[in-house]
Design a protein around this ligand. Structure first.
Ligand SMILES: NC(=O)c1ccc[n+]([C@@H]2O[C@H](COP(=O)([O-])OP(=O)(O)OC[C@H]3O[C@@H](n4cnc5c(N)ncnc54)[C@H](O)[C@@H]3O)[C@@H](O)[C@H]2O)c1
Length: 255
């Protein structure tokens, strides 16, 4: 696991250790498995130390330049057969692949939050991705206990293409006074059997993230049906970003 500073890799490793300890407490993992997992985890801040890796999953900040910068730092150290995967939620895999110099060895591997719990991984080949690369990505996801679903490289893939317009429409309902936030969420929970309402989910994801993904859909398809709801824009402008800022469609304690 690599990050840009020692403090950040240590913080990441600590979060993993806490998660594994919780899994032992809840009897989802044995103590032996916890120790084995921790022993396999190595941290670094030096790209050269990833030279031996067969498969690298990039999960850096959701900005095209940051991602391509990381791949350019990696590329000279890695063997030509090493596969590069991106956990991007919205950036085109074909575009990222073309910028890496190994487009046939590049694939999207989109995990879901919280990763240890959620089964789904969207496996996204770019236009130039080799079939063997896709097969290896599917095998890797399956070996980690996930359910890989192959999805073609279109903006938002399937997950955010379907989820984000639903959340955005829920915000339109709130703005137009169709129901209040709890009413909208209750309709979707009790009527559609969704475990969380769309507005609760937006607060969990972050309203800025929801707005940014809607903008990716809007600008990619040039279709007004993807325009972010003005209320969503206004809440982002106010800094009401959901759970992480203590206020979104609902209010949260300081914690
Ligand atoms: N948060 C989610 O729910 C979620 C879900 C699915 C996919 N994703 C995707 O995962 C990626 C990361 O999302 P996040 O929410 O964890 O972002 P984040 O901004 O919280 O974390 C990004 C991490 O990348 C590190 N980083 C930045 N530049 C780097 C570089 N050049 N080299 C090494 N490390 C670098 C940062 O220090 C930080 O630790 C994004 O592509 C996002 O779309 C996020």
């Amino acid at each position: 696991m690599l990050d840009t500073s020692q403090a950040l890799v240590e913080a990441g490793a600590k979060r993993i250790a806490i998660g594994l300890a919780r899994d032992v407490e809840k009897e989802r993992l044995t103590e032996e498995q916890r120790q084995q997992s921790l022993a396999r985890l190595k941290t670094t801040t030096a790209f050269a130390e990833l030279a031996e890796a067969d498969f690298i999953i990039e999960a850096v900040t959701e900005k095209f330049e940051v991602k391509t910068g990381a791949f350019h730092s990696l590329d000279p150290h890695c063997r030509p057969e090493t596969i590069f995967a991106s956990n991007t939620s919205s950036i085109s895999i074909t575009r990222l692949a073309a910028a890496t110099g190994r487009p046939e060895k590049f694939v999207g591997l989109h995990f879901f939050n919280p990763v240890p719990v959620m089964k789904l991984v969207e496996v996204v080949p770019g236009l130039q991705t080799a079939p063997e690369t896709v097969e290896q990505a599917i095998a890797l996801a399956a070996s980690a206990g996930k359910t890989p679903v192959r999805v073609n490289d279109f903006p938002g893939f399937v997950s955010n293409r379907v989820l984000m317009p639903m959340i955005n429409e829920a915000v339109f309902c709130l703005m137009e006074g169709v129901a209040d936030a709890a009413g909208i969420d209750n309709v979707m929970k009790l009527g559609m059997n969704h475990p969380m309402g769309p507005l609760e989910l937006a607060d969990l994801i972050g309203l800025d993230v929801c707005r940014d993904i809607m903008m990716v859909l809007y600008e990619s398809f040039h279709d007004s049906k993807y325009r972010p709801c003005p209320l969503l824009e206004k809440m982002v402008a106010a800094g009401w970003l959901g759970q992480k800022t203590g206020r979104g469609f609902y209010e949260y304690g300081k914690q």
